[in-house]
Ligand binder design. Sequence first.
Ligand SMILES: C[S@@+](CC[C@H](N)C(=O)[O-])C[C@H]1O[C@@H](n2cnc3c(N)ncnc32)[C@H](O)[C@@H]1O
Length: 160
Amino acid sequence: MSRLDSFIRRLTAQRDILNHVEADLDIPAGGPVMEIGLGNGRTFNHLRELFPDRRIVAFDRAMGAHASSVPDDKDLVIGEIAETAQAYLGVDASLVHADIGTGYPEKDAVTLTWLPQLVAGMLTRGGVAVSGLPLEHKTLNPLPVPSSVPTDRYFLYRKI
Ligand SMILES: C[S@@+](CC[C@H](N)C(=O)[O-])C[C@H]1O[C@@H](n2cnc3c(N)ncnc32)[C@H](O)[C@@H]1O
């Protein structure tokens, strides 16, 4: 599969799962949404459309978002996520989305030494995690993804 095809599949899977969360899954009321890996801000922009009444906190090592998709200063956390996000453990998030896979297995393996605990620690009970990397954690229960999403392309969990 070409990298273009793989990119399109990743973004389609991401959008389809986020839409599914909004339409079909009850996520806990009131809690914030965490966007781990702001990037260009396309997903942040989509999350704002899906969850207009939620606070959305976005993390990245640098601000590279399109001008239309920049979080408020108070909701933008710049720096290495493994460090900056520690301050958000226990924030009782309703939804965490993480899109920080690189396509380099050795780099992703390092990310996976800290990402599952971080996501689990941010979520409230019953909260939902959506991730481009698989998250193995005893409190993150895998949920089925929409049929449009290829197996193991993008992942969905609920915190128990
Ligand atoms: C694939 S992009 C996210 C794309 C985003 N979903 C969008 O709509 O544009 C991943 C982003 O996460 C950031 N990132 C990845 N790992 C990080 C880390 N450990 N700490 C801080 N930022 C990180 C990168 O700088 C990059 O901007």
